[in-house]
Design a protein around this ligand. Sequence first.
Ligand SMILES: Nc1ncnc2c1ncn2[C@@H]1O[C@H](COP(=O)(O)OP(=O)(O)OP(=O)(O)O)[C@@H](O)[C@H]1O
Ligand SMILES: [Mg+2]
Length: 475
Amino acid sequence: MKEKKRQNKNHNNNYEIKSLTPTEIVNELNKYIVGQDAAKKAVAIALRNRWRRQQVKENLREEILPNNIILIGPTGVGKTEIARRLAKLANAPFLKVEASKYTEVGYVGRDVESMIREITDIAVNMVKSEKMEEVREKAQQLADEKILDILVEPIRRQVREPFPVPSEQTLQPEKSEDQPKKSARDFYREKLIKGELDDTIIEFESQADTSGPVMQILGPFGPDDLGVNLQEMLGNILPKKTKKRKMTIKEARAYFREEEAKKLIDMDAIIKEAIFRVENTGIIFIDEIDKIAGPPSKVGPDVSREGVQRDLLPIVEGSTVNTKYGPVKSDHILFIASGAFHVSKPSDLIPELQGRFPIRVELHSLTEQDFVKILTLPENALIKQYSALLRSEGVEIEFDDDAIIEIAKTAAEVNEQVENIGARRLHTILTTLLEDILYGVPDQIKEKKIRITKEMVNDKLSSIVKNRDLSKYIL
Ligand SMILES: Nc1ncnc2c1ncn2[C@@H]1O[C@H](COP(=O)(O)OP(=O)(O)OP(=O)(O)O)[C@@H](O)[C@H]1O
Ligand SMILES: [Mg+2]
């Protein structure tokens, strides 16, 4: 036991922050986000500094605070996308929140501390599913043995334990002359692993899940806000009901695998590691920070804005928040705030908060040339997405180069004339452009190859673009 504890501790301390270099990080981001080089650079440095900090001697390490970032830029230019991709790269617990949904402590609404509780939940789930994956094979073996207990044991112990009984027609071991030495158990195990029994139905007793109804009774409070794991507590107090279950062996193998995996993992170690990851690698993305900036409103009491900013201070600065998994320190969590700052400026934030976000990066409005790239280059580019969708119907769709330029041009035009919603405009334009095809395939449109030409783009879109009122609604 002692040995085990020590190992866990070591493991935690050695937990590797993924160590991509800044250039590598930018290269990875480039796969998904076009342009916005300054922002990419800033986040790459912040992420690498995490790793650098881990290499520093312990007493100094505690002193090195993350460089929180404010991303400033109009809507739809990649602010959220950059933060999201960054978290994926780092395999870090990531939470995105809207600053405007928080209210000052003492008022009805969400208090800012809940973001630490939420990211801890996310981290626990993240580590848990990693660990479940690690024990998957072992759990499957144990699960299969359990199924074999249900399938085979009763044949031997019929008198002593009449329940459960396998359905007899399907489960009589075939008397095979070639394998005289094999026990029934081995015989079935082989079949089970090969998947030959997948469709067979078995019946067994299992503990009924009590968590569902309990959660409902708690209603509006929710377990999160209470800070303790009520669900678990009540689950242990309430009598365990058993429930008869019937499922196919295929389902049962997954069901028992889950059950066995839960027993194999060490929840305490998982929680410890999750908290470590939140504290050292967590990234919280606070969207719409500009909505809580600005001079206090002149009419009525200004419940949230400044109050929320004041509440944010200690969290961003570093404080300890009680979560249902225990105290979590926010000192080294990286905060990335973002906002359009159309009306207010970063300088409208209260000075203390400005100081906590020393890095400001501006993201630029996207141009026609950017749109061409966004349509085609990223790994999740829209054109690739639609091609994949249509390929599922056996249809190959191809866009002429000048058709793509035309789409980009239209997007830029509409953004200029109606409202600049950045790259999101490409979504609305493409769905309008492809509507007939997406509807017509496969019933009316039988072609297996569809080519989108510049003329088609013009036909479909130009009348809408020219009519401002129409484009307001459609594009
Ligand atoms: N520079 C870019 N390169 C590639 N795709 C982009 C870029 N900018 C935006 N997109 C795409 O546009 C969509 C919206 O982007 P995102 O969510 O990052 O906007 P945002 O800047 O956070 O806007 P908001 O201020 O409204 O939250 C996403 O689907 C994203 O993939
Ligand atoms: Mg956003």
